[in-house]
Each structure stands twice: as C-alpha cells, then as structure tokens.
Design a protein around this ligand. Sequence first.
Ligand SMILES: Cc1ncc(COP(=O)(O)O)c(C=O)c1O
Ligand SMILES: [Zn+2]
Length: 392
Amino acid sequence: MNTPNGSSSLVYELYCSKCNTKYNYNEKQSFATCCEKPLLFSYSLAKGTSKEILNLANKSIWRYAPFLPILSQKNFVSLGEGLTPTIKLEFLGNHINIPELFLKDETNNPTGSFKARGISVAVSKLKELGIKKCIIPTAGNAGGALAAYCAKANIEATIIMPNHTPKVFKDECMLYGANLLFVDGLINDCGNKAKELNKNGEYFDVSTLKEPYRLEGKKIMGYEIAEYFNWDLPDYIFYPAGGGTGLIGIWKAFKELIELGWIKNKLPKMIAVQSSSCAPIQEAFNDPINWKQKFTPEASIANGLAVPYPFGMDLMLNVIKESNGAICTIQETEIKENVLLFSKKEGILISPEGAATYMALSQFQKNGIITKEHRVLLLNTGSGYKYIENVI
Ligand SMILES: Cc1ncc(COP(=O)(O)O)c(C=O)c1O
Ligand SMILES: [Zn+2]
C-alpha cells in the first residue's frame, strides 16, 4: 500500500445497496443478486483519522488508496488518473453573475475522461483477482479507458458500443488492442449483446454498477473536490448523469468524509443534468411507477448521457433527495451552443456532457434559485476533442 505509514486499504464490508446483505469482498463480485441492485463498499472510518493517512506525494487517485478496495499496492494499475484541475470560470461566471463559479475539468485524465478513474480501480481489481478477460457495453469513454488499462495489465478487453459513436472512440479501442463490436442502438442494446456473448460467464462484466469497483474510483472526485475547496464544499454541484456512477460516487465520498470528520455536515445540493433526448432520471422522478411505458429514448450528441435504463437509478434518486438537489433536462441544440460558448470564451473544448451543466446552471440562475452568493461547481467529465464530429 502506498500510504506514508504503510497502512492497508480500510475496506470493511461489501453490501447490497437495498437490503444490506453482506458479500465477501475478497472474492470476485458483480452486483447484489439478493435484490438485483448495485453492491457498495464501506470502510472502517473513524472520526479524528489524521490526513497523514494520505500519500500527498502521489498525484493520482491513489493518494486516497486507503479508501479504495485494492488490497495490495502491487496490483494498482495506474496511468496517472485523477487529481484534475479546478478552474475558475471568469468569463462565464461574470456573464451570469455567479462570481464563484468553478469547473472541475476531467479532460487531462488518461484517454480524456473521468472514466479512467473507475476503470483504473476495476482493472486493478481484475489483476488482484487474476481475471484475464472482461467485457463492457459503453457509450464511448468507458470503452476507451478499459482498452488502455487492460493493455497495461495484459487483460483481454471486449468492447461493445453503438454504431453511431464518433470515430475517435472506436479508433482508440483498436489502437489499444481491444476487441471491438458495434450495435445499432443505444448502450442498453450493447448491454444485451454483452449478456448474450457472456452467457457462459467467460468474461468479467464491467457494465456500470454491475460491479462495485468502478464506483470507488469515481468517488475520488468527491475527495478531490473537498481537498481543493479546503474541506469546505460548494453550495451546488452540477453533474452530467448517464449511468450515474459519478453522481453516486461523489455523494458517497462526501458521506465518508463526514464519517472521517474531515468535512462539516453542510453538503452541496447535487444537480443531475440530462439531455432531453434521453432523460430517464427525470422520467422516473416524475412517474416512478409507469415511466418506462411512455419512454422513448434517443441518441444524444452528449453520447454519455444516452443511458436509457440506468442500473443505479434508485441510488441516483436517493442522492437527489438526500442532497435536496434536482434534475435538469437540456435540449440538444442548447448543449451544442454551450460547447461553442466554452471554447470561444473560456478556451476549453469541453465535452457535450460537461457543456450541458452550464446550461442547467443558467436556468437555475434565471429562476433566481442560484444567486451571486452561491459557490457553484460544474463537472466537465471529458475532453471535447473526441466529439468534434458531433458539434461542428
Ligand atoms: C463524458 C461523459 N460524461 C458523463 C457520462 C455519464 O457517466 P455516469 O453518469 O456514469 O457518471 C459519461 C458516460 O459515458 C461520459 O462519457
Ligand atoms: Zn439485497
């Protein structure tokens, strides 16, 4: 373990997110079969734990290694993911009169998105468990990340993505040596294809929240946000939610930080941002019983937001409820306009997913909900360079 004092991971339990049934964290696990819900790790977190437990010399997610479920340091598969910059948005902040407006920019991650964080931890776990083959349905970014980390760990990766995904996402998987398949449809159709290929259980399925490791890597965004703001969190966080691991992970981190006593109880309101082409969280919030019957999901220029039936829906709704947050749905044309606004006014070629968060903030500002007194953080979850054909 790479903590300065040589301590190991603080993993305490792995449990069903619905009924708390415990699962063995030393064995390969997928999801909680008792309730067909995601599994969650918990850690032995004691109030008063010193921050010396962190390895601050490490400039990646692994500075927080005690709060990650990898038991031995020799299994860390790292390409330098995490510890991304937070940038003050001077122009856009002035533009809507929110002077304390910040962007956590995930562009600099390996393969250009926050997906590197979760995939680093998942592939480390595969290495720890001696697993040699994995499969993933993806909207693009997670596939690229899996291909790169599996190349580094000498694990075979099979990646299934929608046919309409921009070319760069496809090319990078091939360059990293992964097997690549295309499906006409959205990520749920890719998920069905993955299930079909894996009917004999030959592969480890790395689908969002169908295994508990990626969430832990994504959660480190929450630790980094707290560290950046000197353990005094912003009032609002706007997050582009697809499968939901980022939203759920950041919130999980904040709760762990409260247990550690590193932050106060005042937590941000979490705003889940969706595209009007595919807004299942909004639909499920509006009509929890019948939403699937009337739902007609379509592709989005923010490819990562087109996740029609997220496995972690209950957990996302819970974050919104517990944080007193909200869901905000943005039109496709607005997403595109906001990509251009960021590039022309802030010098950042943002992902369409990230651009949607600023549009959402503008709505809250116009409605008078967010004012100049609030400190606001937007998440840009990936680089816009891979999406150029979607926005030009
Ligand atoms: C750039 C980007 N942002 C956001 C998301 C949504 O991710 P999640 O809701 O699982 O955190 C994705 C997923 O593909 C993505 O690629
Ligand atoms: Zn259960």
